[in-house]
Design a protein around this ligand. Structure first.
Ligand SMILES: *Cc1c(COP(=O)(O)O)cnc(C)c1O
Length: 357
């Protein structure tokens, strides 16, 4: 493989040579039989990963395209954006920029959204859409999705949108069983694909809601996705390269076994956690709410993170993340997403330890 800096950042993450080879296959037309069998061929495995019997859609955009699309398709009354970090906070801004009435359910960065907090807001009867980020990548907080979904099931008039960009396929997320209305993910984080593709699925309730919206736009119109998927196509020209890469990645995932993949993430994450404790660092997220795909480490030792990053990159050709937004320098993040194994995470930890002082 071409010499390059290996990414241990929580997105984008390292893409395997096999995936890159699939990504660079020759082009095919997106309205022909070859494309249709490509899409139809990957659909059942996508449905298994999504835990849904609904169709799974392929959007040539990053995740934000579908996140904004969800607001435009679904909000007719008022959105409640659950906010606990950089990505989830931004969703309120996006709702407002789409011209939709919206409020935030804001908690302090590093803490999770609680079922009680959500229930209290929904009890006002003001809202018809709730957005939740499952794994808040900026803070390393894994929100208690099953508990939040249980609250949401008591409010059938509220449509839920759940972002799983950095947790998808690393932990079980049974969309239908939880009653999630829109589940979405992106390509360059938990799936370890190149950036530029988003995947999502919608419940019947979400389609019914969208059908009543008069300003869905075109590119992210959920009903256009549905209509085209029925013929194994996408509304507009998709990034076929991404779909080849996704097909290859699904082969990898199902060859490994979905449960084995979950277990591998748990093991590699535990290695990082052990390292954090051994080094006398602290976790930014509280116990019980820690991501299994990345670790957001509090810089309680007051290390010069930027200088440390520079030494690691120069000496070992790998990078981790020096903290997102206002957490820059106060935290750093180590990713175990995608294809990482005990061996590669062990090597990363050895490299960063060597360069620590
Ligand atoms: C990275 C990320 C996004 C945004 O993804 P883009 O690919 O930049 O659109 C959204 N949500 C979460 C949780 C993320 O980690």
């Amino acid at each position: 493989m071409t010499p390059h800096t290996k990414l241990f950042t929580p997105g984008p993450v390292e893409v395997s040579p096999k995936t890159l080879a699939a990504f660079s296959r020759p082009m095919i037309g997106h309205r022909g039989g070859e494309f249709k069998s490509l899409y139809a061929g990957i659909l059942p495995r996508l449905q298994t990963l999504f835990g849904t019997r609904q169709p799974v859609f392929l959007s040539t955009s990053s995740a934000w395209g579908v996140m904004e699309g969800a607001i435009r398709n679904l909000v007719q009354k008022r959105a409640l954006n659950c906010m606990c970090g950089a990505f989830s906070d931004k969703w309120l801004d996006v709702s407002q920029r789409c011209g939709k009435p919206a409020d935030g359910l804001q908690v302090e960065w590093g803490t999770p959204i609680t079922p009680e907090g959500l229930d209290e807001k929904l009890a006002t009867g003001l809202y018809d859409v709730v957005t939740i980020i499952h794994n808040e990548t900026s803070t390393g907080v894994l929100n208690p999705l099953a508990d939040l979904a249980a609250v949401l099931r008591r409010y059938p008039e509220v449509v839920s949108v759940v972002d799983t960009v950095s947790s998808f396929s690393a932990v079980p997320i049974p969309m239908d069983e939880l009653g999630i209305d829109v589940l979405l993910t992106g390509s360059q984080k938990a799936l370890a694909l190149p950036p530029g593709l988003a995947l999502f699925a919608c419940s019947e309730r979400a389609f019914e809601r969208a059908a009543r919206a008069t300003d869905r736009g075109y590119y992210f119109d959920f009903l256009e996705f549905k209509k085209n998927q029925e013929g194994d196509m996408t509304p507009s020209t998709p990034s076929v390269s991404h779909i080849y890469a996704l097909q290859s990645k699904l082969d990898d995932i199902f060859e490994e076994g979905v449960e084995n993949r979950h277990a591998r993430h748990a093991r590699t994450n535990a290695l990082v956690h052990d390292w954090v404790r051994q080094q006398g660092f602290e976790f930014f997220a509280p116990e019980g709410y820690r991501s299994v795909t990345l670790t957001c480490v509090a810089n309680n030792r007051n290390i010069d993170v930027a200088a440390w990053l520079g030494r690691v990159k120069k000496k070992h050709g790998l990078v981790f993340d020096g903290g997102y937004g206002k957490l820059k320098g106060k935290t750093f993040r180590l990713s175990n997403m995608g294809d990482e194994t005990e061996e590669t995470i062990g090597a990363m930890l050895a490299a960063i330890t060597e360069c620590l002082e």
